[in-house]
Design a protein around this ligand. Structure first.
Ligand code: DER
Length: 228
C-alpha cells in the first residue's frame, strides 16, 4: 500500500544517517522493522559495522535473525543514534508512541541515546496530539485505580486485548498490561505527562516529549526532515 511504501522510504532514508562504528538503538513497529531489515542487508554485505540494542523482543528477534551484532543492557551503555517510529508527531516533534506496545523499552533506550531519529509515513504528522489513543503500561494489581484516574483526566481507557492469550489481555515484554486512553485531543501534553507520572501503577506512558532530534517524514516520492 501507499502507506507501506512510505514506511519503507522513510526507513531507507534513515539508513543514510548510519555510520560504521555506531552503537544503535533499534525501534519497534512496522516502520522500524523495515529499517532493521535494510540495516541487516548492509551488515550482511559487510558495508556497515555496527552494534545495536533493540527496544522489544520482536525487534531483537528480527535483528538476531539478520546477524546484527546485539549488545545486552549494561551500565554506561549509550547509543549514538536510535531510529524508531511513532503513532503521532506534531510540529514540535512531540510524539505519541506505544501503538506496538514497546513504549517502556523505547523510552529507556531513547533516554540513553545521543540522537533520536523518528521515521514515519505522512499519516503520522498531526496538528495536535490525541486522536491516536495514548498507550500506558500498567502493573496488573493497579489496574482498577489507574482506570479510575485516567477517566478523571478525561481519557476513556480501554485495556488492550490479545485474543491469543488465555486471559485475552495483551501483555508487554515486561508482563504488564497495556491501557489505551482515548483523549481525542491533548492540548497540553506536558501537563498530561506530569499528571500520568503521578499515578502509581502506571509504569510508563506513550508521550515522548522533547526527546526526538529529527523526524524523517515520507510522502512517498520525497522525504522531508522535520526538526523541533
Ligand atoms: O509502538 C511504537 O512506538 C511504534 O514505533 C509505533 O508507534 C509505530 O508503529 P508503525 O511503524 O507500525 O506505524
Amino acid at each position: 500500500s501507499n502507506q507501506e511504501a512510505q514506511k519503507r522510504h522513510a526507513a531507507a532514508t534513515a539508513l543514510r544517517w548510519v555510520r560504521s562504528g555506531m552503537v544503535l538503538g533499534l525501534g519497534s513497529g512496522s516502520t522500524s522493522a523495515a529499517f532493521i531489515t535494510l540495516l541487516g542487508e548492509k551488515v550482511q554485505a559487510g558495508e556497515l559495522q555496527i552494534q545495536a540494542t533493540a527496544t522489544s523482543r520482536a525487534s531483537e528477534a528480527l535483528a538476531r535473525q539478520l546477524n546484527i551484532p546485539l549488545l545486552e543492557p549494561r551500565r554506561g551503555l549509550r547509543f549514538d543514534l536510535t531510529v524508531d517510529g511513532a503513532d503521532e508527531l506534531d510540529a514540535q516533534l512531540r510524539l505519541i508512541k506505544g501503538g506496538g506496545g514497546a513504549l517502556l523499552r523505547e523510552k529507556v533506550l531513547e533516554t540513553a541515546s545521543d540522537y533520536l531519529l523518528i521515521i514515519a509515513d505522512s499519516s503520522k504528522n498531526v496538528a495536535q496530539l490525541g486522536r491516536f489513543p495514548l498507550p500506558l503500561e500498567v502493573v496488573p494489581f493497579a489496574l482498577p485505580w489507574v482506570l479510575d484516574a485516567v477517566e478523571k483526566l478525561g481519557g476513556a481507557p480501554a485495556v488492550r486485548p490479545n485474543a491469543q492469550l488465555p486471559d485475552g489481555l495483551y501483555r508487554s515484554d515486561q508482563g504488564n498490561l497495556l491501557v489505551d486512553c482515548h483523549f481525542n485531543v491533548i492540548p497540553e501534553p506536558e501537563q498530561l505527562a506530569l499528571q500520568l507520572q503521578a499515578i502509581p501503577g502506571i509504569v510508563e506512558h506513550g508521550l515522548f516529549l522533547g526527546m526526538a532530534q529529527a523526524a524523517i517524514l515520507s510522502h512517498g516520492d520525497r522525504a522531508e526532515v522535520l526538526r523541533p
